[in-house]
Design a protein around this ligand. Structure first.
Ligand SMILES: Nc1ncnc2c1ncn2[C@@H]1O[C@H](COP(=O)(O)OP(=O)(O)O)[C@@H](O)[C@H]1O
Ligand SMILES: [Mg+2]
Length: 232
């Protein structure tokens, strides 16, 4: 239903099932997951290691497809039969932050920030200014021309967080984004991530083991025995 009290979710997953065929037989990782994300909402996903959190996140961001079930964006079904359409959707609508920074090693911080925009077309002065603003917001203006290998782990991940927001995605998916950092630095980056989400009005799904980080989300879901359950 589409009215003020029941807005259409920005992202919805219905009855998601994921089965991996392995040499030792079939592994049912997701066994009918339902998920809903409102515009501007932040949802934390928790669960034991191996419970399927990354699998779920990859399916939500169309990096992987489910064995069965549906993904809807603003009420519109994603058609996984049309790969180009799905790739376009991901490029425009979804930003990712992974546990490892995934920055390209031969590109400077600034160039890494500009890469998502380059995939969409020419880099305009407006886009360059957005990258510069992100560098300043993240306190990395002095690191703009450095290569990832010349940055600390926290600095690398700050660039990775900013990069996820560069294309003004409607959704950012973060998979244990600060799991490799010590708690203090991770906490600081968590504030930056939630700050950007507030400023940009982006919806956020964050997989995390960090309770403090999960508490900053609007709600927490737990992945258990292939099902997503509400924790709050
Ligand atoms: N491509 C794959 N092929 C086979 N099994 C996989 C694959 N990816 C993940 N798995 C298995 O699925 C389960 C869930 O993995 P994952 O989603 O990475 O869990 P989490 O992120 O919660 O630690 C694990 O048992 C893992 O070994
Ligand atoms: Mg994982």
């Amino acid at each position: 239903m589409n009215d003020v009290n029941h807005p259409v979710p920005i992202l919805e997953a219905q009855s998601i099932r994921k089965v991996f065929d392995r040499s030792d037989g079939q592994l049912v990782v997701l066994d009918g997951c339902d998920f809903s994300l409102e515009k501007g909402q932040a949802v934390a996903v928790v669960g034991q290691s191996g419970s399927g959190k990354s699998t779920l996140l990859n399916i939500l961001g169309a990096l992987d497809h489910s064995t069965s079930g549906k993904i809807l964006h603003s009420g519109k079904l994603l058609d996984f039969g049309r790969r180009q359409v799905v790739d376009q959707w991901r490029t425009h609508q979804v930003g990712f932050v992974f546990q490892s920074h995934m920055l390209l090693p031969d590109f400077t911080s600034r160039e890494n920030l500009l890469l998502p925009a380059r995939r969409q077309g020419p880099v305009t002065s407006v886009i360059r200014e957005r990258a510069q603003n992100f560098l300043e917001t993240m306190g990395l203006q002095d690191r703009a021309d450095h290569l990832p290998g010349e940055l600390s782990g926290g600095e690398q991940q700050r660039i990775a967080v900013a990069r996820a927001f560069m294309n003004k995605p409607s959704i950012v998916l973060a998979d244990e984004p600060f799991g490799n950092l010590d708690q203090k630095i991770g906490g600081h980056l968590g504030e930056m991530l939630f700050g950007l989400r507030d400023k940009e009005g982006t919806s956020l799904v964050i997989v995390t083991h960090d309770r403090h980080l999960a508490q900053q989300a609007d709600k927490t879901m737990k992945l258990e025995n292939g099902k997503l359950v509400s924790v709050d």
